[in-house]
Design a protein around this ligand. Structure first.
Ligand code: AMP
Length: 218
């Protein structure tokens, strides 16, 4: 399977589309945001650096992310095809990933750029909620994703949680960080002929249909 690299600002639907692709094709979903969140609680100096960066909306230092990512890509399950969600996020990471792909002999990949307006991404971000038990995603401002009872998971009755960085102030920094860094990534993948774009302002099912088509057309 063609490996996928998702390029997108916060709340553009990377997570939702990844879930669908995992279900349909068995992709391995690698989210650097998730890898980093898993490293927040071990009380180390590294955990402190992760928390500081994530909660301010900035980028976690490259040395931490690069190591976690390389370790993950070397695991056997990645050979069936992976989605890279949240990496690369700057020009340096673009070069690092090139190096990792060379080293691991990964040549079949496509970068998918989720084009979305800041307004749409902000509304989605501020409504985002998730069940800590079954991991189902909700959105309190978006009908099809609203829980039946406010703040409670439909499936397991658990109280829903909001990510600590899903607030307006942090969102704005995260979006600006994204804008400051995305251009060289788009240029880099375009120059390699590895870039496709989807309009992510639409319903997630329509975005999925586009991605599905892209995958099947190669
Ligand atoms: P995400 O879950 O992709 O929205 O990422 C949440 C946060 O994790 C980001 O705002 C960054 O602080 C951090 N993060 C995720 N991926 C990276 C990366 N590739 N480089 C640096 N920081 C990252």
């Amino acid at each position: 399977m063609t490996n996928l690299i998702f390029l997108a600002p916060p709340a553009a639907g990377k997570g939702t589309q990844s879930k669908r692709l995992v279900e349909k094709y068995g992709y391995v979903h690698i989210s650097t945001g998730d890898l980093l969140r898993a490293g927040r609680n071990d009380g180390t100096e590294r955990a402190k650096r992760i928390i500081d960066a994530q909660d301010s909306g900035g980028l976690v230092p490259d040395d931490i992310v690069d190591e976690l990512l390389k370790e993950r890509l070397q695991q056997d399950d990645c050979q069936k095809g992976f989605i890279l969600d949240g990496y690369p996020r700057n020009a340096k990471q673009f070069e690092t990933l090139k190096g990792i792909f060379n080293e691991l002999n990964i040549t079949d990949y496509l970068a998918i750029y989720f084009d979305i307006s800041m307004q749409e991404a902000m509304e989605r971000t501020l409504g985002r909620q998730n069940c800590p038990k079954c991991k189902r995603d909700y959105n309190k401002f978006y009908g099809p994703m609203m829980p039946k009872e406010d703040g409670i998971c439909d499936d397991c009755n658990e109280a829903l949680v909001t990510r600590s960085d899903d607030n307006e102030e942090t969102f704005k920094v995260r979006f600006q960080t994204y804008l400051n860094n995305i251009e060289p990534l788009l240029k880099g993948y375009e120059a390699e002929n590895h870039l496709v774009k989807v309009d992510a302002n639409r319903e997630s099912i329509l975005v999925f249909e586009d991605i599905d088509k892209i995958i099947n057309e190669g």
